[in-house]
Design a protein around this ligand. Sequence first.
Ligand code: FMN
Length: 178
Amino acid sequence: MNTIVIYKSKYGSTKAYGEWIAEELSCDAVDVKSVKVEDLLAYDTIIYGGGLYAENIAGVTLITKNLDKLKGKKIIIYTTGITPLDCRDYYDKLVMEKNFKGKDVTNIRVYHFLGKMILSELSFPHRTAIKTLKKIMSEKENPTNMEQLLVELCDVDGDFTDKNAIFDLVEYAKGKSY
Ligand SMILES: Cc1cc2nc3c(=O)[nH]c(=O)nc-3n(C[C@H](O)[C@H](O)[C@H](O)COP(=O)(O)O)c2cc1C
């Protein structure tokens, strides 16, 4: 099996998962900065991880814009975020539509893991974005469940990364589907 893990990670959670996965699969985990699509052609299995930022999977266009070039390969995508994993509408609808709309995803498996958000570590633009989002959402007169959830998520402050969460992805990458 010829596998590579690529990640884009600002605060380290996506990188941590990438390194755990690579360790289990005895392959390399590399930062997306040093990868071009041509480099991926040598691999049978491509695992891409990106943190969620306003529902966008950071850097995932490396994969989604090149699906024709990557045809026939096993493509696995993982995200890290702070939205609880049981919010299926968020992950299965919003995240999927925002990142894969109009794309043929039949051969792509997507996994979601909890990441981290430590408010004191956030960059100034990110802290400002979170504060602004919270203000806008809190001022809604009849907020939807999703909008209410967003307000609560703006106060999340912690590290929820969990090495055990990679099990299904690793088994699927090895060829054993769950
Ligand atoms: C500005 C901003 C926007 C975010 N948007 C989302 C989001 O839409 N959904 C989510 O689940 N988490 C969101 N998060 C949380 C990050 O996805 C989470 O911290 C992730 O683990 C970061 O990955 P990284 O540590 O690899 O950079 C956001 C965080 C910031 C700072």
